[in-house]
Design a protein around this ligand. Structure first.
Ligand code: CTP
Length: 391
């Protein structure tokens, strides 16, 4: 891979040559770009020697052409800014390009930038810096650190640049993004079907499996549309776009609107098959000693509807939570609903299914394939599902 290491003026710049060395050792081509202030901490000769390439640090007199930021942008698959000072973070967030590195940063697509912030704890905590970091992340810039520890100013706290080895790991994980440029839809959680203004029919789904799938898809580089029923879970990833819904009909409306724009969908939500025929707009009162009969009507089947909408080149993955005749029932659903894969859970397996942190599944493919994923965390199961259905 071709990686640009951007260095700004912080004391941690003395670790940047080590970062360059480690990236080269891992087999990557590296070029360095530095600000004037960075060169107060680390010399041009050091950076050129470790990278084996001329340093980019002057917009006009540096290495010839005044459009070098564009050719360097085209050359680099990833720009790692380490250390990233409050100043460079603020400049990029404000669209300022007044030197070689900030100009390169504005030319670079945000998703190809990784920043390792380093500064004093109070500077890091300042609302301006936090706002700027949030802005960059919202555009797809990735960050690693800062770490908590001893700082150059003699204090201790968050603000230390993470160690070069950790930056290398973060850099390489951003390069392995096989699903970049793909959009995926994920449904998660339960649905609540209203009886009256304070009561509903629901189920025990926690949403954990769906959230883990959204995270795994985003980690692999995909843009994810996560449509979720009520859950206590949160997710923070620049590529996960969350839509909160309550009922099956709301989930149906969101999912059918989004699916045509997606490469694929994984429907893990525990959708209520039925809803009360009527929903009172006030709290229903007890009627003497009589019992109460609730009439239920059927909800739309979202998975089956997407199966009908599916076009060539689109993928559709469903879940099947079964109690008996698991394989036969799951295979039936796979065919009936026009799916590419079905992920089968058995409620008979301990540690699998609703509410747990673990799961145990079998992934059946329309092509007759079968992959058994033994009991493990929902995060690991999610990664297995994503790698199976996207390979
Ligand atoms: N599903 C859906 N819309 C529904 C019901 C289910 O999209 N109204 C999806 C779930 O997200 C899951 C799959 O369908 O991916 C299977 O759900 P499940 O309840 O196991 O199957 P059903 O088709 O409802 O069949 P049955 O209740 O007969 O087992």
């Amino acid at each position: 891979m071709r990686i640009i290491v951007g260095i700004t003026g912080g004391i941690a710049a003395y670790k940047s040559p080590e970062l360059v060395r480690l990236l080269k050792k891992a087999g990557h081509e590296v070029r360095c770009a530095a600000t004037e202030h960075a060169l107060e901490f680390v010399t041009r000769a050091t950076l050129e020697t470790v990278s084996g390439a001329p340093l980019y640090h002057d917009l006009f007199t540096g290495n010839g052409s005044s459009t070098e930021h564009i050719s360097l942008k085209d050359w680099g698959e990833l720009l790692v800014v380490a250390p990233a000072t409050a100043n460079i973070i603020g400049k990029v967030a404000s669209g300022i390009a007044d030197d070689a590195l900030s100009t390169l940063l504005l030319a670079m697509p945000p998703e190809r930038v990784l920043m390792a912030p380093a500064m004093n704890s109070q500077m890091w905590a300042h609302p301006a810096v936090q706002r700027n970091i949030a802005t960059l992340k919202g555009w797809g810039v990735r960050t690693v650190g800062p770490a908590v520890g001893e700082l150059a100013c003699g204090t201790s706290g968050p603000g230390r640049m993470v160690e070069p080895a950790e930056i290398v790991e973060a850099a390489l994980s951003t390069l392995h993004t096989p699903l970049s440029a793909q959009r995926w839809l994920v449904t998660a959680g339960p649905t609540y079907e209203r009886i009256d203004s304070v009561r509903f029919v629901g189920n025990y789904s926690s949403g954990k499996m769906g959230f883990a799938l959204a995270q795994a898809l985003a980690d692999a580089g995909a843009e994810v549309e996560l449509v979720t029923g009520p859950t206590a879970l949160s997710i923070s990833h620049p590529r996960v776009h969350r839509t909160d819904i309550e009922s099956a009909r709301e989930m149906y409306a969101a999912a059918t609107a989004l699916y045509p724009t997606c490469r694929g969908a994984i429907l893990s939500a525990a959708v209520a098959d039925y809803r009360p025929a009527e929903c009172a707009d006030h709290k229903l009162k007890k009627q003497g000693d009589e019992g109460m009969t609730l009439t239920l009507v059927q909800n739309p089947d979202i998975l089956a509807s997407l199966g009908k909408m599916k076009t060539d080149g689109q993928l559709l993955v469903g879940f099947a939570l079964e109690t008996d005749n698991e394989l036969q029932n799951a295979q039936g659903k796979l065919q009936r609903k026009n799916l590419d894969y079905i992920v089968m859970n058995s409620l008979r397996d301990a540690g699998a299914g609703f509410g747990t942190d673990t799961n145990k599944v079998t992934i059946l493919g329309a092509d007759g394939s079968r992959r058994d994923v033994g009991l493990r965390s929902k995060q690991k199961v999610a990664r297995e599902i994503v790698s199976t259905v996207t390979s």
